[in-house]
Design a protein around this ligand. Structure first.
Ligand SMILES: [Zn+2]
Length: 465
């Protein structure tokens, strides 16, 4: 498999450190608000890469951190007169809900919180001080970038240019304007932890270095995130980690391109800022997942209602192809394949290998999706009720197997709202009649179809899961 490595600016053959394991660290959100549609891109893209590795037989250790202490969280907590923990927990829950609706493989994700690793961060910073790579000024600890080898190697920035271009504050206590905070001295009313330098809290960059090292080890296979994180965040992570361990921090650095809305940068001031929650009111989030995979992950992607509408139709075409195959499977008879049919079957293998080849070429999901459409087209034109069952089964299984890699076509048979309400009515009547057995059966039937009932004082409420 080839992956484009930002560190070398080349597509490279992917070789994991261990033969059968891949370690991945994807920078996660600062939990002070609902995630926006741009945040959803790395979630979906790198989840798809993970799914592909699993498909290829690797054991994947996949970490997405939560930054749960930060200026923005503190500010929001103060405005809303609640604790920092209240804010971070609320938005972690919201993140998990969106991630599940986007079919991100959450059961397989490790989600460390920065506040759970403070001890490790302090140890890490002490290590850097011992090496002369960090210094304490009155309770603030800074990383000295002049000690780091090859600072700027990821973002290809020149250290001299950076220094001359940096804004220097009059009260600057840093030795070099590009030095960055590892530990920040506590201010009044902020959450803080005891440290050898007094009460304080960690800087943002140190969190990822420490959580990656603590959970995945000194060197990881893949570090990933949005292209906007290359500098300074990832550059600083490399500087800290490699100075401390004297080993490469990550062998492959992957970055996804940025998302625009109607060809404009998304911003609250332009009024084109959409959270994933907003989108979910208009579209099933599977459409958003499909949209995010419809363009190669390193290219920019433009979100618009028109494009989402087209992708919604495209996804429906795939679902129709899937249900046609299911219908034929029910009808088809077991019979031997003739020579012509055996030949035909090879076409399906060809589409499958094209799918896999596309995925192996730096995760080209756009081309992989094209193969799914080819499979459905092939089935629609060639199969009918006289087609041998084996052929239909074979095609169906490949369609499902490949769709699972992309995390799509997993929607369960959906009941219409009308049907749900009828069943709820029937259950209410059964309960009135004290026919609890029937009432329970109806509840179970709904559960199986992804509908959960809740008995409240205002009556029965239902939701899809
Ligand atoms: Zn990070």
């Amino acid at each position: 498999m080839k992956l484009y490595n930002t560190l070398t600016r080349k597509k490279e053959e992917f070789k994991p450190i261990k033969d059968n394991e891949v370690t991945m660290y994807v920078c996660g959100p600062t939990v002070y608000d609902y995630i926006h549609v741009g945040n959803a891109r790395p979630m979906v893209v790198f989840d798809t890469l993970r799914r592909f590795f699993i498909y290829k037989g690797y054991d994947v250790k996949y970490v997405v951190n939560f930054t749960d202490v930060d200026d923005k969280i503190i500010k929001k907590a103060n405005t809303e007169r609640v604790t920092v923990k209240d804010i971070s927990e609320k938005y972690i829950d919201a993140y998990m809900e969106s991630a599940k609706a986007l079919n991100v493989y959450e059961e397989n994700t490790i989600h460390p919180k920065a506040t759970e690793f403070i001890k490790n961060m302090i140890e890490f910073i002490e290590g850097l001080i011992d090496k002369g790579a960090a210094y304490n000024v009155d309770g603030n600890v800074y990383f000295n970038i002049e000690i780091a080898k090859d600072y700027g190697k990821l973002s290809k920035k020149n250290i001299e240019d950076l220094i001359s271009g940096a804004r220097v504050d009059i009260n600057e206590e840093k030795r070099n304007p590009m030095d960055f905070a590892l530990w920040k001295k506590a201010k009044e009313g902020e959450p803080s932890w005891d440290s050898p330098w007094g009460k304080g809290r960690p800087g943002w960059h140190i969190e990822c270095s420490v959580m990656a090292k603590s959970i995945l080890g000194d060197t990881i296979d893949i570090h990933a995130g949005g292209e906007d994180l290359q500098f300074p965040h990832h550059e600083n992570e490399i500087a800290q980690s490699e100075t401390l361990t004297e080993k490469p921090f990550a062998n492959y650095w992957l970055h996804n391109g940025m998302l625009t809305i109607d060809n404009q940068k998304m911003s609250k001031s332009l009024g084109n800022f959409f959270t994933v929650k907003d989108i979910s009111k208009e579209f099933d989030l599977e459409v958003l997942r499909f949209f995010l995979l419809s363009v190669h992950y390193r290219n920019p992607i433009n979100f618009s209602r028109d494009v989402m509408g087209q992708l919604k139709n495209g996804l429906e075409r795939l679902y129709n192809g899937k249900s046609n195959l299911e219908y034929l499977l029910d009808k088809a008879l077991d019979k031997e394949l003739d020579e012509a049919e055996k030949e035909k079957l090879k076409e399906i293998d060809k589409y499958k290998s094209y799918f896999i080849k596309s995925m192996e070429d730096d995760l080209n999901t756009a081309d992989a999706i094209a193969s799914l459409f080819e499979i459905v087209k092939f089935a629609n034109t060639n199969f009918n009720e006289n087609t041998p069952k084996f052929m239909i089964q074979y095609t169906y299984e490949i369609l499902i197997e490949l769709s699972n890699i992309l995390g799509i076509l997993s929607r369960k048979e959906e009941l219409l709202e009308e049907e749900i309400l009828k069943l709820i009515e029937k259950r209410t009547q059964a309960r009135k009649d004290k026919n609890y057995k029937l009432a329970d059966e109806i509840r179970d039937e709904l559960n199986k179809k992804g509908i959960v009932l809740e008995d409240t004082q205002e009556g029965v409420k239902w939701k899809r899961i």
